[in-house]
Design a protein around this ligand. Sequence first.
Ligand code: CTP
Ligand code: CA
Length: 230
Amino acid sequence: RGSEGVRPDLAGRHVLVTAGGTREYLDPVRFLGNASSGRQGYALARAAVARGAAVTLVAANVALPDVAGAAILRVGSAAQLRAAVHEQAPAADVVIMAAAVADFRPETEHQYKIKKESGAPESIPLTRNPDVLAELVGSRRPGQVLVGFAAETGGPDAGVLDLARAKLARKPVDLLVVNQVGAGLGFEVEQNSAVLLDRAGGTTEIPLTSKDLLAHRVLDRVAGLLGASG
Ligand code: CTP
Ligand code: CA
């Protein structure tokens, strides 16, 4: 049931999208989070529905209107997101990891609220979370298309695209959507720009545009990859 002017080129395909940002609780009221609003992931889910796909959306702490026609699974932490993704991924032809998943969580989640009378903690010990996308790369079935996101600010010694290429080498997905973030870019805003980096090292620049149009450009590539794999 494609919307006006959109080709149903994902009809019969199952697309799994993650969106939003995970929260890693330190005590019942405090968490480590991130600035992802979920807008780009929701735009991807909307665009996939419009192109005829059966869409499952794993939403981490997103405050946006539901995507009509998508099944929505709500999660909070990286562990919950991981469980939902591993449950859904085997049935998915395409997995798009747009969510900002916490790399670390507090080593202990306190049962009771931490009180200031106890004094400022010297530090908050953290522990690594599993990398869900890396796990998907390891367990992918033939023909399954994996799309990752790379949020980069660049650093003193490396540009955004260098860092993204290194990320793609570590996690060989089919397509990496490279976003420059920081200072009013990427998160919490209506528009987005990106570089699409493919496995062969090819790049496609998508200048600043709506998150909906960017979503369709990503799905153009996904449809092409699905076609190529039969
Ligand atoms: N990702 C994931 N599980 C994690 C962390 C990240 O699945 N625990 C996914 C994200 O959803 C995204 C991709 O991996 O699609 C890249 O995330 P990003 O944070 O840009 O890269 P990292 O590999 O985590 O590296 P770093 O944060 O050090 O740049
Ligand atoms: Ca990360």
